[in-house]
Design a protein around this ligand. Structure first.
Ligand code: SF4
Length: 250
């Protein structure tokens, strides 16, 4: 490493960020927005680059499991964003969720035209705080037209339940044998088994975060209670089937 770079790293290492470090799922976590803001204070001209392959897709992979991101237009954020842009002229699409990975997904050439920006729940809370808004004191609105299965999608096992239900509603004759992966290690193991031809299943639900998206890095809370709350919210849905919910959009 050249001296110049070593000095720069030494300067960065000397920053005291302890008061901004949170504990999540047994890990120390520093928000990307804070880290980047601090970096820009020292290097105002700094930029960052998301590495992509020759088709403009964000590249990540593991030579043992032979996996890389294929096409994100089949994923929920991209599909819904495309639908909104195509049906609502001049709409701005802001994805708000627990997922930091969505920031990279939104930069894929296939997704870029449909998603204008991505915010995590943490960033949204920071915006509320910056305006002294206490949303807990505001009247609660009704969020509707998502089926039970759309609402439980975010917890481990929810995607599998939704896929099985979708096939049932569409009379698709397929006996699903799911492998529910709770966390990135479980995903890696399932893909490794798939690659070796020893996976005992025909459908992989890969949730990189423990517990599913409800355990995502950008969530404000993490805990068992989240799953119970999510299921309760699912049971409150007026539309019990996926097709009932989708028919409202047609
Ligand atoms: S499981 Fe985690 S990484 Fe995967 S979509 Fe949900 S929040 Fe994002």
């Amino acid at each position: 490493m050249c001296k110049d770079i070593r000095e720069k790293f030494a300067e960065l290492y000397s920053l005291d960020v302890n008061k901004y470090v949170e504990k999540k799922q047994g890990l120390s976590y520093l928000t990307w927005s804070y880290a980047w803001a601090e970096f820009k204070k020292i290097y105002p001209d700094a930029t960052y680059e998301v590495k992509k392959d020759e088709q403009g897709r964000c590249y990540f992979g593991d030579e043992n499991i032979d996996y890389s991101d294929k096409d994100s237009l089949g994923l929920p954020m991209a599909v819904l964003a495309k639908y909104i842009k195509e049906t609502t002229p001049n709409a701005k699409v802001i994805f708000i969720g627990p997922c930091t990975a969505k920031k990279a997904e939104a930069q894929l050439e296939s997704v870029k035209p449909y998603v204008d920006t991505v915010l995590t729940f943490e960033e949204l809370q920071a915006l509320f705080d910056s305006r002294d808004l206490d949303i807990a004191s505001l009247e609660e609105g009704v969020l509707d037209n998502a089926s039970y299965f759309g609402r439980i999608f975010a917890r481990s096992g929810g995607l599998t339940d939704a896929a099985a239900q979708a096939m049932k509603e569409q009379n698709i004759d397929f006996e699903i044998k799911p492998v529910v992966c709770d966390g990135i290690e479980a995903c890696r193991m399932a893909l490794l088994k798939l690659n070796k031809g020893v996976l005992d299943g025909n459908f992989i639900e890969g949730m990189a975060c423990i517990g599913g998206c409800i355990g995502g890095a950008g969530c404000l809370t993490h805990g068992e209670k989240n799953k119970a709350e999510g299921d309760k919210y699912g049971r409150e849905a007026l539309e019990k089937n996926i097709s009932d919910a989708i028919s409202l959009l047609k």
